[in-house]
Design a protein around this ligand. Structure first.
Ligand SMILES: Nc1ncnc2c1ncn2[C@@H]1O[C@H](COP(=O)(O)OP(=O)(O)OP(=O)(O)O)[C@@H](O)[C@H]1O
Ligand SMILES: [Mg+2]
Length: 274
């Protein structure tokens, strides 16, 4: 179970994020990066943050701790930015919080060396969850106390946006040519040998249990949240067994826009859903 806290103060927006995450303090005296349920990207990005964030953590990768955050929109009243105001108003109730890493720096491949073993683990993990958003354009990793931390797993598991085609989508290979760690000679074979056997049905079942029912309810074609949870488990379990052999690293693409859809990544900002 994820810990649940209550947001007590909206501190400031994080201007870099496409979904306009904010820094928020909570009643446990913690400081969190809050990902809003009312953001245009929708609740599935939060579901992906939980499943992939917790899975990464359980596999020994560094991912900031996650909490569920109760938000009373009244705490945003003094925020001057209208876009932020709208987002807070649209996000009353349960939201996602991620432990804020103070003083962390955005990962820069020219300034920080990553070993082949660690690069392999991150690339293999991103292939498993089909992360299209850890590229040299947008690394979505932080360096904190001299170590690499993984953030932003909202644009993963593309299959959960179209469950009817999920099995086919999940069977697809993973092109890591543009992955920000592609140039660090990732040892993918070693990572697959180490991590694939650890992605068990039991582990995945524990991970998906952390997603609140409310964010899994009313999914067309599913008889309730538990049926949907089981499908997440099935797809990830199947993909874990074989994805290691289907990761390709070729020439990195030129300075063209990301292939990831705008609404999933840092493209033009979408207005909050009212
Ligand atoms: N836990 C954290 N601690 C410190 N800074 C963070 C943390 N999480 C995010 N940030 C900062 O906020 C920025 C935006 O966060 P994140 O990438 O998760 O948001 P997003 O809206 O999903 O972004 P994107 O534009 O990549 O889709 C990050 O690039 C980083 O600078
Ligand atoms: Mg990001």
């Amino acid at each position: 179970m994820l810990q649940e806290v209550v947001a007590t103060r909206y501190v400031t927006p994080l201007r870099e994020g496409g979904s306009l995450p904010g820094i928020v303090e909570a009643d446990d005296l913690g400081t969190y990066v809050m990902k809003f349920i009312g953001a245009g990207q929708g609740r599935k990005t939060l579901v992906a943050e939980i499943i992939c964030g917790r899975l990464g953590h359980r596999l020994g990768l560094r991912v900031p701790d996650l909490v569920l955050m109760q938000l009373d929109p009244v705490i945003g009243l003094s925020e001057p930015d209208e876009e932020v105001q709208d987002l807070i108003k649209a996000s009353g109730g349960l939201n996602l919080g991620m432990d804020y890493l103070p003083g962390s720096l955005g990962f820069d491949p020219l300034a920080f060396e990553v070993g082949a073993a660690e690069a392999g683990r991150v690339v293999w993990f991103d292939a498993l969850i089909n992360n299209v958003d850890r590229s040299w354009r947008n690394p979505n990793m932080l360096v904190w106390h001299g170590q690499l931390w993984l953030i932003d797993h909202g644009a993963t598991m593309i299959w959960h946006h179209n469950w009817r085609g999920a099995k086919v989508a999940a069977a697809k290979p993973y092109d890591a040519s543009d992955h920000v760690l592609a140039s660090f000679a990732p040892d993918i074979a070693a990572a697959a040998a180490e991590l694939a056997p650890r992605v068990t049905e039991e582990l995945l079942t524990e991970v998906v249990a952390d997603v609140p029912d409310a964010w899994l309810a009313d999914e067309p074609g599913f008889d309730g949240p538990d049926a949907l949870r089981r499908t997440y488990v099935e797809v990830l379990l199947e993909r874990a067994a074989s994805i290691g052999g289907r990761i390709t690293i070729g020439e990195r693409t030129g300075d063209t826009p990301s292939k990831a859809p705008d609404w999933l990544t840092g493209g033009p900002r979408r207005k909050a859903v009212k």
